[in-house]
Design a binder for this molecule. Structure first.
Ligand code: SF4
Length: 378
């Protein structure tokens, strides 16, 4: 069967009108969620230890061999409707060997099949580490939560076992900025993600300005949710998150694509402030809101064990292994049988919404049964 049957062709450019990672497209096409996206954790090594790191508990200083690449490629090949892959870590390009022997072959495979690709990186290593990705990678995703090198030093090494000298951090910060500029000029689509948290919520316009200056193609914004490593960080109120988004929308460059994701605001809430914000997000030029892919159209595969998870931060235990089962079968079981998915698996077409992320539901809507709600503010 044609892997794209029922879905729009993937040959048009990624842009505000086309976000192949959003699970709403396959939900509309098939009338139920389908696995269209596979994320692969290719390393747990990283040269930073960020305060907010979602996978901080998994980071190591030495790691074992990967599962055979053939096994991963076969697993991808068997996903009937695969449209996108994501590569994540740690810092995926931490070791040159991983770039050459794992990342580039995965990206070449994706390119040859018309599958879109994304990689997460901190872009703080030498430029030549990233250059081999230029012909193959569709989206380079970086975290950018800073207004200065000082912020970067404070945030980026907050969980380092030993203090990091500020000169070392400043050099890395400058390298990240230079790499982002240079790769953007060479044609790489760089999406800079900022999180809304206790440090950034009043600084987002300034962060946005720096992202524009670096030549990024997209500014992605997600509230930070307390998970694993970051679970003790102060939590923002929904009001503070709302204000941060409004201030950012007021100050942003309207020519740059802004993608918001994992928002805690839903059209089934009966607050006028939520309705107003959702309306604004829907109508502003070059602004999109992505439904959360985790567990909707995407799973994560750990490339050291073959274990399959709902996200890269493994708060929910693995529910399958690619050595034993096809990814489509593992995903279908999650979708139909896993009790956690049953809690948030709602859908309101009128609001283009397919329910909250599990962390969002836990943190802000603990006693709410989304399956009994319907969109009321459109
Ligand atoms: S899909 Fe779920 S979260 Fe979204 S508006 Fe409907 S009931 Fe609310």
């Amino acid at each position: 069967m044609n892997r794209y049957a029922g879905l729009a062709a993937v040959d048009s450019a990624i842009g505000p009108g086309k976000d192949p990672w959003d699970p709403i497209h396959s939900l509309r096409a098939f009338g139920r969620h389908k696995l269209t996206s596979v994320e692969m954790t290719v390393t747990n090594l990283c040269n930073m230890r960020c305060e907010h790191c979602a996978v901080g508990d998994s980071l190591v200083f030495k790691e074992p061999e990967h599962i055979p690449l053939e096994l991963m490629l076969n697993a991808l090949d068997q996903v009937e409707h695969l449209q996108t892959i994501s590569i994540t870590g740690g810092e995926p390009s931490f070791r040159r060997k991983t770039v050459e022997e794992v990342i580039v072959p995965l990206l070449k495979y994706a390119k040859s099949k018309g599958i879109r690709s994304q990689m997460n990186s901190n872009l703080t290593l030498d430029y030549e580490r990233y250059e081999p990705l230029l012909p193959y990678l569709d989206v380079m995703h970086i975290s950018f939560n800073y207004t200065s090198a000082l912020d970067f030093h404070e945030v980026g090494f907050a969980r380092n076992p030993h203090p990091v000298n500020e000169d070392v951090a400043y050099k890395m910060y400058n390298k990240m900025i230079d790499n982002t500029r240079k790769l953007s000029e060479a044609g790489m689509f760089i999406s800079a993600e900022s999180m809304i948290n206790y440090r950034t919520h009043r600084k987002l316009p300034e962060i946005h300005r720096l992202i524009v200056e670096m030549g990024c193609q997209r500014h992605e914004v997600h509230p930070m949710y307390a998970a694993d490593f970051a679970e003790n960080l102060p939590k923002l109120s929904l009001d503070e998150i709302r204000c941060a988004i409004s201030d950012l929308l007021d100050a942003r460059d309207p020519e740059l694509w802004m993608l918001f994701g994992t928002l805690p605001f839903f059209a089934c809430n009966d607050h006028s402030s939520d309705a107003e914000l959702l309306r604004r997000l829907r109508t502003e030029k070059n602004v999109t809101v992505r439904n959360d892919p985790d567990g909707r159209n995407r799973v994560n595969v750990n490339m050291f064990t073959g274990d399959v998870f709902v996200t890269d931060f493994a708060a929910i235990p693995s529910f399958g292994n690619i050595k034993e089962r096809r990814l489509d079968d593992i995903f279908d079981d999650w979708l139909d049988k896993h009790p956690l998915n049953q809690r948030v698996n709602c859908y309101c077409e009128a609001a283009s919404c397919c329910g909250p992320n599990l962390l969002v539901a836990d943190m802000y809507y603990n006693n709410v049964d989304f399956k009994t709600r319907k969109a009321i503010t459109l």
